[in-house]
Design a protein around this ligand. Structure first.
Ligand SMILES: Cc1ncc(COP(=O)(O)O)c(C=O)c1O
Length: 461
């Protein structure tokens, strides 16, 4: 059975496909190799310097990933000069496209002044005022340099605040590589994700969108539950929106036992509207983590929380016994990120109607078009500008959670993405969801649907 696999190794697929299908794939590999000769040589060098040639596991795909030279707007250019229409968009962070002038102008100005000082700065205050207005839970804010750090600290705050130990997450929920949350990410969810994780007994996992089963699990640990952390749209787990009812009931339960409800909006924050997704679900989270889009393409993680909760990290009023020790790090709130983030949010605020209307409509068009292209062979999940096809297999007919997504043919999804890279110069990180940015157009979606129809036609052979 195909398994969801964050490492992205997919050339074991020879086991899965018919001779004709393998022929199509090998022709895609040949086309790819021919057009990415310089990437091939340079990636060999990269492998001598970096483990598996990469600095993030998911960036590897077989036979080797192309090496990017530059990026502008919707286009990624590799060192062989191939131009790809990009739907990966910097781990989905570049909602205005690559090197957006709205961000690069202010960033250039800032870099000509200074880019790092490690002291309190006005840029941070200006940026935080903007976040606070857009995200009501952000009564207090702490910046870090990645989403992983933000979720790591959010969990620590919940444990310190409640003086309880257990954190519940979701099967397939991805919150970064933090030791605490590296559990039940990949199918089969009960299998450890990694060697070297010392104690994961204080992390439990819930089946997404299944309220009865989730509450039963939570009931069992109610006396020691510090909090629940959830993405409103399961991102890495398959681009699957939570139902409003599920989120509300989980929140109600968590609050009824005085535990914390933590929303990870690192993907969803400023993705569908100016602000977070949670107000549209009538939710009242205690902590929200942000990242990706809010950094304007520069490294960021943000912990936003209610004042009464965040005050536990105040080292000026609390000692070791009653504080949660939360840092920020050398590069937290650095002037470059604060400037790029502010430029991004100011632009999104000013143009929120046009940006979100356009990318939402293109997303809708992509989902509908892909469903038609795949003609019953795949379902397409997503919302707004995010979308992801799942090729049906193993009796799965709909995808409501990460388990359903993992039972689908994930190898075929990777092959589909790879063939588009090779044959159509359309780039998705193989196996990952696609994100539409403001720079994409109707004709890009048309091209995507046509390429997908050609791929689907091949499946019938
Ligand atoms: C929902 C979610 N949380 C946290 C993270 C981790 O963020 P980062 O990669 O910036 O550490 C990610 C990254 O993809 C994510 O999708």
């Amino acid at each position: 059975m195909p398994k969801s696999d964050f490492s992205g190794n997919f050339f074991s697929i020879t086991k899965y496909y018919s001779k004709d299908q393998l022929l199509a794939l090998s022709s895609a590999v040949e086309i790819y190799k021919k057009k990415t000769k310089r990437s091939s040589v340079l990636f060999e060098k990269s492998k001598k310097l970096h483990v598996n040639g990469v600095s993030h596991n998911i960036r590897f795909f077989d036979p080797y990933p192309f090496v990017t030279k530059s990026a502008k707007g919707k286009i990624l250019v590799d060192i062989d000069g191939n131009r790809y229409t990009d739907y990966w968009m910097g781990h989905w962070s570049l909602i205005l496209g690559h090197a957006a002038p709205q961000v690069s102008g202010p960033v250039r100005k800032q870099v000509s002044s200074c880019w790092m000082h490690g002291t309190v700065n006005e840029n941070t205050i200006n940026f935080s005022e903007i976040i606070q207005k857009a995200v009501p839970v952000a009564e207090k804010i702490r910046y870090v340099s990645s989403g992983t750090e933000a979720t790591m600290y959010a969990v620590r705050i919940a444990r310190a605040h409640t003086r309880k130990k257990i954190i519940a997450k979701i099967d397939g929920g991805w919150h970064g590589y933090t030791t605490d949350l590296l559990k039940s990410v990949n199918y089969p969810f009960e299998k450890p994700e990694s060697a070297g994780l010392i104690d994961d007994s204080h992390i439990i996992s819930l089946p997404f969108n299944d309220i009865t089963a989730s509450i039963q699990i939570l009931q069992r640990v109610r006396d020691n539950l510090a909090g629940v952390i959830i993405e409103p749209v399961l991102g890495g787990g398959g681009c699957i929106p939570a139902t409003k009812e599920y989120m509300i009931e989980i929140q109600q339960f968590v609050h009824s036992i005085n535990s914390l409800f933590i929303l990870d909006e690192i993907v969803t924050g400023f993705r569908f509207r100016y602000g977070c997704l949670y107000p549209t679900m009538n939710l009242d989270p205690d902590i929200v983590t942000l990242g990706k889009i809010v950094g304007g393409g520069f490294p960021i993680g943000v912990i936003c929380g209610k004042d009464e909760i965040m005050r536990i990290i105040d080292t000026s009023t609390r000692g070791r016994d009653d504080r949660s020790y939360v840092g920020g790090g050398t590069f937290s709130a650095n002037p470059m990120t604060m400037t790029s983030g502010r430029a991004m949010l100011e632009h999104l605020k000013k143009h929120s109607v046009s940006v979100y209307k356009k990318i939402g409509a293109l997303g809708e068009k992509a989902r509908k078009g892909l469903v038609k292209s795949f003609d019953g062979k795949a379902v397409v999940t997503g919302i707004g500008s995010l979308f992801m096809p799942h090729f049906l297999a193993n009796g799965i007919t709909e995808v409501k959670n990460a388990s359903d997504a993992s039972m689908c043919d994930t190898k075929l999804l990777q092959r589909y993405h790879f063939e588009m890279i090779a044959k159509d110069s359309i780039f998705f990180l193989p196996g990952k969801l696609g994100a539409i940015s403001y720079v994409h157009t109707d004709s890009d979606i048309k091209d995507l649907i046509e390429a997908s129809s050609r791929f689907a036609g091949q499946l019938n052979q």
